[in-house]
Design a protein around this ligand. Structure first.
Ligand SMILES: [Zn+2]
Length: 223
């Protein structure tokens, strides 16, 4: 017999991504950001009230509105398609066939199973077909997809797919090494563990090319 909780939460503590697309409803943007903030504000008030907190206390008074704004404008701001970084690229024929690596891009995301932070670093590489992007563009693409409720596997794939589209090449790779506070601070409380995910497109599927990329980032999975 399956317990009711299992039907509502078939994933349980399993941090497995199921789809490369963020599961957004088609009517996700029918209401404005301001309307979302006022709805979420009431929801946060309700959570804190239910927990028994006194919301007339000076320290707590502003929390519901502050959290609602932070959800909509900041940590989940990357759900909105109009926040996607513009995909301006430029031609640089001298870079043809060259591997470009941007390493140690800071990742701040949020685990969609517990709504707790994911903190880590992304390392991104591509082999130019003559089209290049500014390095800060890679940071902005990582940040855009990180600012969603996420699973790390999906974040890794979304970064690769967006860069493949922008650069018009399959030859894109991304490795993310991150700590999940839902694992580090609660549950089994494993402070040291981190999770590494990787997506290798096009030529990065070849051993030699993949090895070159991993040598550049000198990923040490033992720390
Ligand atoms: Zn989690």
């Amino acid at each position: 017999m399956i317990h009711n909780d299992d039907l509502n939460d078939p994933l349980g503590e399993n941090h497995v991504g199921t789809n490369a697309q963020t599961p957004l409803r088609s009517n996700a943007f029918d209401i404005t950001d301001d309307e979302k903030i006022s709805l979420i504000k009431k929801d946060v008030e309700n959570i804190l009230n239910t927990l028994g907190l006194d919301l007339t206390d000076d320290s707590l008074k502003g929390t519901p509105n502050r959290v609602a704004k932070m959800f909509v404008k900041e940590i989940f701001g990357g759900l909105h398609p109009n926040k996607k970084p513009s995909s301006s690229t430029f031609e640089n024929k001298y870079k043809y066939g060259e591997m470009l690596v941007e390493k140690n891009i800071t990742v701040y995301s949020t685990c969609e199973h517990h709504l707790l932070p994911i903190v880590g670093r992304a390392h991104v590489a591509y082999i130019s077909n003559g089209t290049v992007v500014g390095l800060s563009k890679m940071n902005r693409i990582v940040d855009y997809f990180a600012k969603r409720p996420q699973v790390q596997e999906r974040l890794t794939i979304q970064i690769v797919q967006e860069l493949q589209r922008v650069l018009n090449t399959d030859d894109v790779a991304c490795v993310i090494d991150a700590k999940h506070l839902c694992v580090n601070s609660r549950g089994i409380r494993d402070i040291e563990s981190s999770t590494v995910t990787a997506e290798f497109g096009g030529k990065f599927k070849e051993d030699k090319v993949r090895r070159e990329f991993l040598d550049y980032i000198k990923l040490d999975t033992t720390f």
